[in-house]
Design a protein. Structure first.
Length: 301
């Protein structure tokens, strides 16, 4: 345990371990990804995906090691029994910090299929890790503004095409497709700018998960709805590296995806689109109430 060291030194040590961990596991991952490109045989690709997922899970396990090393976090987690490695899931969570991703991986690694995040297309250029995300078949989404789409209507539906292509590749192995419904990290400034009706959340964006439901349909066993609460306030990624996060509270719910949403088209069916948005808003209303309760049960120390 390194808790006796000053926080800045703990942060530097953790960052070095994270960098070394990434560089160590990226090379076998890239090797299997190249094999998958040159051997377009379904059975072979399925086996290679299992190998690539094992590499990614091992990388996450080492990250969990340095998180424990710099400072053991007090975890209060409920609902892990609702997931397993045999089924495919659509997963979402509130989003407060870049630390959220490693927090989720710490608790869910090897308890459910590897989380595959929707990423902005620009993130593919992040050194090393961008190529790792590409190799693991994370969906990269290109966001278009309303003004751009007004000038280039042919680009409408591009996200749906990208999502469908990604989800087609997920049919041979169990997968957890992850999407932060808020689309960005919560901050008071963003909350005020949006005039969000929720106390602890930004407005949800239903389109991303609707496209996954459109593309994967009955393959999905459930929507895994995760609520993250940091009793000491929203941490930065540096706070995680430096061991400044003392406690994390997670609540995990498995929610049924309504059968009437399967086989529908979010882009072209206005009635379905409105019903789906209403369902998502109901989920977010329940999550906001959950967060209010967690703030009362786990006040800042």
């Amino acid at each position: 345990m390194l808790s006796f060291l000053p926080a800045p030194l703990r942060g530097v040590i953790a960052a070095l371990i994270l960098a070394a961990n990434t560089l160590f596991f990226c090379w076998p991952l890239f090797a299997l990804a190249l094999l998958k490109l040159v051997l377009p045989i379904s059975a072979v690709q399925r086996t290679l995906r299992f190998g690539m997922h094992w590499i990614a899970e091992s990388w996450m396990a080492v990250n969990s090691f340095w998180m424990d090393l710099v400072r053991p976090i007090r975890w209060d987690v409920q609902g892990l029994e609702r997931v397993d490695m045999r089924h495919s899931y659509l997963v979402t969570s509130n989003h407060q910090s870049w630390a959220d991703i490693l927090v989720l991986q710490y608790q869910l690694n090897r308890r459910m299929p590897i989380l595959k995040f929707f990423l902005k297309q620009e993130l593919i250029w992040v050194p090393v890790i961008g190529l790792c995300w590409w190799a693991l078949e994370f969906p990269f989404m290109k966001r278009f503004s309303k003004e751009y789409l007004a000038r280039h209507p042919e680009k409408r539906g591009q996200d749906l095409i990208t999502t469908r292509k990604a989800c087609e590749r997920y049919r041979t192995n169990p997968v957890s497709v992850f999407n932060f419904l808020e689309g960005t990290r919560f901050t008071p400034a963003k909350h005020d700018q949006q005039d969000s009706p929720f106390s602890h959340l930004l407005k949800p964006r239903a389109g991303g998960i609707a496209f996954v439901v459109d593309a994967m349909g009955e393959q999905l066993s459930a929507l895994i709805d995760i609520t993250i609460h940091y009793p000491d306030g929203r941490p930065s990624f540096w706070d995680l590296l430096a061991g400044r996060i003392r406690q994390v509270v997670l609540r995990i719910e498995a929610r049924e995806i309504p059968g009437e949403f399967l086989g529908r088209n979010y882009d072209q069916d206005e009635q379905y689109r409105l019903a789906f948005q209403q369902w998502v808003n109901q989920l977010w209303t329940a999550k906001d109430a959950e967060l209010r309760t967690l703030h009362e049960q786990f006040p800042p120390r």
